[in-house]
Write a protein that binds this ligand. Structure first.
Ligand code: 5GP
Length: 195
């Protein structure tokens, strides 16, 4: 997606060879025009899959998941990273955090995802695929089906891409980074990272 790549090149900050900061348009300050286009792109890719819910993890995934859900005209659910005392029947799963290098628990209220739901997972980044695996388990625990996933940005050399490919569900990446470093910047994969 050219607009996303252009924005990453202009405003993204390569903090290290494995971490890209996108606080200028996606993770902190939000570019509404860009996020609207991202939602349109994901919705167009998954429109024919009979999606009934979009699911993400707070906080980076919430806005792209929301705009996607808006175009698909379905509800969006975000998994929380801490269990609120108000949650009655939480479904939980442990996930390893790429950026913090610690484990955390994601949780959703059981009745937000129902048996029979066809779920689309949307996230800001695909790195080691740990968020995806946690979400897949939560969806299965709710007797629903994870039918597809969409990621705004992937770092293609990390294991996430292979994990998703092996699972065989459709997924789409809007900007696939082949290599990056603070000195040399970013180089892209030009084939669409999509199955
Ligand atoms: P994974 O679960 O695929 O290992 O990592 C994906 C999650 O880690 C995303 O939800 C995202 O929040 C975070 N993440 C992974 N890589 C990066 C990165 O380079 N920059 C930022 N800002 N977050 C990342």
């Amino acid at each position: 997606m050219d607009l996303l790549k252009k924005t990453i090149e202009e405003e993204g900050v390569v903090l290290s060879p494995s971490v890209l900061k996108v606080d200028g348009f996606l993770n902190h300050k939000i570019d509404p025009i860009l996020l609207d286009e991202i939602g349109k792109e994901f919705a167009g890719a998954f429109r024919n899959l009979g999606i009934t819910k979009v699911l993400t993890i707070e906080s980076g995934g919430i806005v792209p998941a929301f705009t996607t859900a808006l175009y698909l005209n379905v509800p969006v659910v975000f998994a929380k990273k801490a269990e609120p005392s108000t949650m009655r029947n939480p479904k939980t799963c442990r996930v390893h955090s790429f950026t913090k290098n610690t484990d955390y628990t994601i949780c959703i209220e059981q009745n937000t995802i129902h048996e029979g739901d066809r779920v689309l997972f949307i996230d800001d980044f695909l790195a080691n695929g740990q968020a995806y695996l946690g979400i897949k388990k939560l969806v299965e625990d709710c007797h629903a089906r994870l039918v597809a996933s969409g990621f705004c940005i992937e770092k293609a050399w990390q294991p996430g891409h292979s994990i998703l490919k092996q699972d065989g569900f459709p997924f789409k990446v809007l900007a696939s980074i082949r290599h990056m470093s603070p000195e040399e910047g970013i180089s892209w994969n030009y084939d669409t990272a999509e199955t």
